[in-house]
Design a protein around this ligand. Structure first.
Ligand code: PPE
Length: 305
């Protein structure tokens, strides 16, 4: 949903190489069979310099994703964290999006990926607001997709695999064709799962709820951060199954994600939720304090460049 702004260097298999040289063969396994796992991380500029938000946790999740799909990586989460920080420095960026990806490269055809090499790449580039320039302040209109979230026994939501995002893209394109900014996916049981690239929260009578992992969402790090922040602010947070009418009757609804940050939702299927509400705004303010190094209590979430 954004054009790539080219930088100078990309990290590939242990080395920084020129941006233009970071190419892969058209017969790379991942291109044909979706055999890749990746991450999205944001690095924010603050008065104390730049810091990547929960970079180590994202790298740990990528290593876990890779293990779950039998793609052993030759780098630890800590090594990948250092590599990402080095890539940001080499590109001289103050704030940016970080995209690490591990994929089955060139050398095998057929569905069994085991003889294909595993390439690991980290790219960084500037990325503004994910869901449009007014989204964070004014909220967005979303619609429930006719596409279902792929099931946990097909392409698991807990694995951040490239293969998942065909499903996400179908839902997002359909939502936009219907005049919405973004989609919400229900799972096969009809429970709310997540957005194509976001977790979702609802608030009713002061209680905050979000789908549990078993309903098929990604174990979002923004989700995890927001749950922590909300509890620290004294709110009750429940992880439970939600159905579409829980969205319609909510006082406040919002998406969370690295790219989407905390994006308020102002309507669902044309049912008005309203302007961004007071709890959403409070959580949003605290989240931005945390990512921009203005919240000492969440200092441990920052990996400084
Ligand atoms: N669910 C999905 C399906 C998802 O892709 C993301 C992140 C999340 C939830 C939120 O996870 P987290 O970032 O850890 O809070 N989506 C990434 C990719 C978006 C893209 O379009 O590419 C992101 O936000 O970086």
């Amino acid at each position: 949903m954004a054009d790539i702004q080219e930088g100078k260097y990309i990290w590939k298999n242990g080395e920084l190489i020129a941006w233009a040289d970071a190419t892969t063969h058209v017969l790379s396994h991942a291109l044909h069979y979706g055999t890749a796992v990746f991450e999205g991380v944001r690095c924010y500029e603050s008065e104390n310099g730049s810091a990547a938000f929960r970079l180590t946790d994202h790298m740990k999740r990528m290593v876990r994703s890779a293990e779950m799909v039998l793609m052993p990586l030759s780098y630890t989460a800590e090594e990948l964290t250092e590599a990402a920080l080095a890539t940001i420095r080499a590109n001289e960026l103050k704030s940016c999006y970080i995209r690490p990806i591990a994929y089955r490269g060139y050398g095998a055809v057929g569905v069994n990926p085991r003889t294909a090499p595993i390439d690991v790449v980290i790219a960084v580039w500037p990325w503004d607001a994910y869901l449009g320039s007014t989204a964070l302040e004014q909220g967005i209109a979303v619609g429930i997709s006719s596409w279902r979230q792929r099931s946990a026994n097909a392409i698991p939501g807990a694995v951040k695999s490239s293969a998942s995002y065909l499903n996400s893209g179908l839902a997002n394109m359909e939502a936009q064709d219907h005049g919405y900014v973004e989609a919400i996916l229900l799972n096969e049981a009809g429970h709310v799962a997540e957005g194509p690239g976001e977790n979702i929260f609802v608030i009713r009578d002061g209680v905050i709820s979000t789908p549990s992992m078993s309903d098929g969402c990604l174990e979002g790090l923004t989700r995890n951060s927001v749950i922590q922040i909300a509890r620290d602010l004294g709110y009750q947070v429940q992880e439970r199954s939600l159905v579409r009418t829980d969205l319609y009757v909510a006082d406040e609804v919002f998406f969370t994600g690295t790219a989407a940050e905390i994006t308020p939702i102002r309507s669902v299927d044309n049912r008005e939720i309203g302007e961004p509400g007071p709890i959403t705004k409070k959580l949003q303010a605290k989240y931005f304090d945390a990512v921009c190094d203005r919240a000492p209590e969440y200092d441990g979430w920052l990996d400084r460049v």
